[in-house]
Design a protein around this ligand. Structure first.
Ligand SMILES: [Cu+2]
Length: 145
């Protein structure tokens, strides 16, 4: 009986251990858009030690959540679409920082004002859906520490 209990304990321990390596979303924030804007950029970092791939994102606050990169073209920063499917970098992290890659909320349902919160759903290949709240902030109000 004791051996059986041990086997059962081990059998249940494995999925629990796998869950602890699920990606963790940190410092999620939305850059407050202009009043007439229909899009807003989200920045966040994802601790992603297992190298899980980010397959997509969504928010009830917008029609779509696309992924964009920034690129300097003839001295002007331009956004260009990125494909989902990114895995973690060599440090186990995925970063979307102001001035760089971001998740673009397209087709905002309501005007977003500083202090508002939106709930993001990030879909990973292994971990499935991971939810995170993002606070709306003015550009420049976010001090990185
Ligand atoms: Cu964008």
């Amino acid at each position: 009986m004791r051996a059986l209990a041990l086997i059962l304990a081990l059998a249940f321990a494995v999925p629990a251990a796998a869950q602890t390596s699920a990606p963790i979303v940190e410092d999620a924030w939305v850059m407050a858009p202009m009043p007439s804007a229909t899009e807003a950029a989200v920045y966040l970092s994802i601790r992603n030690a297992s190298g899980d791939r980010l397959l997509g994102a969504s928010c009830d606050c917008a029609t779509r959540a696309d992924m964009h990169d920034m690129r300097l073209v003839d001295g002007v920063m331009q956004m260009r679409p990125m494909r989902y499917g990114l895995a973690a970098d060599e440090n186990g992290a995925l970063s979307f920082r102001a001035g760089g890659a971001h998740i673009m909320l397209v087709g905002l349902a309501d005007r977003l004002r500083p202090g508002d919160r939106v709930r993001l759903r990030l879909t990973f290949e292994d971990a499935g859906v991971v939810e995170a709240d993002a606070v709306v902030r003015r550009p420049g109000a976010h001090q990185h520490h």
